[in-house]
Design a protein around this ligand. Structure first.
Ligand code: BTN
Length: 245
């Protein structure tokens, strides 16, 4: 097992992604090293947002990867690996887990986990990748204006053992990362699509032209979302170009 073979635990950091990126810059840090924290002072979310987490209640960690088999333009596979690993581990504990494209983990219509992948690219290669994962586990009240947070405790009604869940998530990501490294890209793609929130189902969306009803038909190799509109037209969207209503 690569992921989690080396775990560096912190009580408090600014952001586990920032700590991991600094270790990568220093060099000589083994692949699969995981930086964990009980608390982040400036937890980073997507699009410059912050990530809210009550000290000691949730899982906050970042994994250092050197995905040698991938070119820079194939970096979406890292997201597939991480999202599927989190999806697999949480699906053992509750029903209705989905991946909301590109990188949110949902239970039914609420967000239980977020992923922030920060890659260091050199030419066409990925020098290193820092995969940051925040899973809402035992927190019950969320204060930020994040739209619809939920935790495992809120879903199951029970407190969850953080150490055990951490081990299970690392193991599940390790299985998916091994698939990538052994060349099973098509199964990752198939499983990612099948786990997608709203896949092959009519759903309300908005894009630059306004609101519409559409159906997710595919995700391209580079991670664009392919949506069929009710009028039959097919369109590809990058992150931020489309919103789920
Ligand atoms: C999102 O906005 O959905 C992504 C959230 C990612 C949060 C995690 S918590 C651990 C790691 N360190 C950070 O600063 N962010 C990620």
């Amino acid at each position: 097992m690569i992921i989690g073979s080396n775990v560096i635990e912190h009580e408090k950091v600014s952001s586990t992604n920032s700590v991991a990126a600094a270790l990568c810059r220093e060099g000589d840090i083994p692949e699969g090293t995981v930086i964990t924290a009980l608390w982040q002072e400036s937890g980073k979310g997507q699009q410059g947002n912050t990530w809210e987490s009550e000290p000691g209640k949730n899982l906050l960690f970042s994994i250092i990867l050197y995905p040698m088999s991938l070119k820079a333009w194939e970096q979406f596979y890292i997201l597939k690996v991480i999202a599927l690993g989190v999806y697999d581990a949480l699906s053992q504990l509750t029903e209705g887990v989905k991946i909301k494209w590109p990188n949110d983990i949902y239970v039914k219509d609420d967000k239980i986990a977020g992923i922030l992948i920060e890659n260091s690219i050199m030419g066409s290669s990925i020098k290193n990748s820092v995969a940051g994962i925040g899973i809402n586990v035992n927190q019950e009240v969320f204060l930020s204006d994040a739209p619809n947070p939920i935790s495992l405790r809120m879903v199951t009604g029970r407190n969850c053992d953080l150490d055990l869940l951490f081990k299970n998530v690392c193991q599940a990501i390790d299985v998916r990362y091994s698939s990538l490294n052994s060349g099973s890209r098509s199964s990752l793609t198939k499983d990612y699509k099948n786990a997608l929130y709203g896949y092959c189902r009519w759903h309300g969306f908005s894009d630059a032209e306004g609101s519409f009803t559409g159906m997710i038909e595919d995700v391209t190799e580079s991670g664009l979302l392919v949506v069929r509109k009710k009028d039959g037209t097919l369109k590809e969207y990058a992150f931020k170009e489309i919103k789920y209503n």
